[in-house]
Design a protein around this ligand. Structure first.
Ligand code: FES
Ligand SMILES: [Fe+2]
Length: 343
């Protein structure tokens, strides 16, 4: 079963992927889900499995504020309640238990967010990088056949730049990792990791301590910023930033929504620039992919044999916090999930 952190908002899709009037079937968080917009455009998310004979509702239709199964026409409302069984006629009572499992989703910052916990009266705010809100961006999507912990750790790994990216962002042979300086804490209600990177050519210099690096980096924006369960931002300059939403598809597949942002009021220029950035981001990410896909085991929380070094400080903090959050409560999700072969 997929390990997920309880009571977190997971980004699962971009809002624009779900059109009005058409159910959208997708695998996320180890489950097959159907998302659809009812009247007024409100978004709903349910298990993509009809309680009658197990057909996928995503192959059905949306009619007013109901989703209709393509197999025998059963109709379900946004809460998952079955309202009509055509074969039984309008007079018949709906049998108890004839309902669809329904999940809480919200839309914000161009993403659809899935609540990994019990329904609540009031939900916590959706954490996001507030400085990015409203600026032009371009998204590129990549699916990698590995566990999401490995993809996150790769974006917190500051020791691979001079090797994996030696022809691009890691050019210059700066293989000596001073630090990195890492801070963890609670931010917007979730755990965060901030990383200040200082990589140099190896001149035989000693490492500075975390206290020394704290002083040097005081008042500076972190180079990398991570918010649990899966949001990451890279500060390239005050105006130019990349962000990633890491979306678990299942235990062995992860989707990247990688956005290039340019903070400019000239939206046309911003859009054009982010398209160019997006192209080069794709190239750089492919350099990572070649190596990250060889890492075993796929789930880094099962990689007790990994021998971490000082330069892996951000990764070890991620592992520590991830373990602690998992211990705080894993989510019980429906057992029904797609198998590898059904994809
Ligand atoms: S399987 Fe959905 S109505 Fe029969
Ligand atoms: Fe990389």
């Amino acid at each position: 079963m997929m390990k997920l952190l309880a009571n977190h908002w997971y980004p699962i899709l971009e809002s624009r992927e779900i059109k009005t009037g058409r159910p959208f079937g997708v695998e996320r968080l180890g489950m097959k889900l159907v998302l659809w917009r009812g009247e007024k455009g409100h978004l709903h998310c349910q298990l993509d499995r009809c309680p009658h004979l197990g057909a996928a509702l995503s192959k059905g239709t949306v009619c007013k504020d109901q989703i209709v199964c393509p197999f025998h026409g059963f109709e379900f409302d946004p809460q998952g309640q079955c309202l009509h069984i055509p074969a039984n006629g309008h007079q018949a009572r709906i049998p108890a238990g004839m309902s669809l499992q329904t999940f809480t989703v919200r839309e914000a910052h161009g993403f659809v967010w899935f609540w990994s916990g019990e329904p609540l009266e009031r939900y916590p705010a959706i954490p996001f990088f507030s400085d990015l809100a409203g600026w032009p961006y371009t998204t590129s999507i990549a699916d990698w056949p590995t566990h999401y912990t490995r993809t996150i750790e790769n974006q917190l790994d500051v020791a691979h730049l001079a090797f994996v990216h030696k022809t691009t962002i890691g050019a210059g042979g700066r293989s000596f990792v001073d630090g990195p300086y890492v801070e963890t804490g609670l931010e917007q209600g979730v755990q965060s990791i901030r990383v200040w990177v200082s990589n140099f050519q190896d001149q035989g210099q000693p490492h500075r301590s975390q206290a020394e690096l704290a002083e040097v980096n005081a008042g500076k924006e972190p180079s990398l910023h991570f918010l649990f369960p899966g949001l990451w931002k890279l500060q390239i300059s005050d105006q130019i930033q990349n962000m990633i939403a890491f979306v678990p598809i299942n235990e062995h597949q992860t989707r990247y929504y990688l956005r290039a942002y340019h903070k400019t009021h000239n939206r046309l220029l911003g859009k054009m620039l982010t398209q160019v950035m997006s192209f080069s981001n794709g190239f750089i990410l492919n350099q990572d992919k070649r190596v990250v896909l060889t890492q075993l085991p796929l789930d880094s929380s099962e990689a007790e044999q990994d021998k971490l070094i000082g330069a892996d400080r951000a990764i070890s903090q991620f592992r520590r916090l991830y373990r602690r959050l998992l211990e705080g409560g894993e989510v019980e999700l429906p057992q029904f999930a797609a198998t590898k072969d059904s994809l």
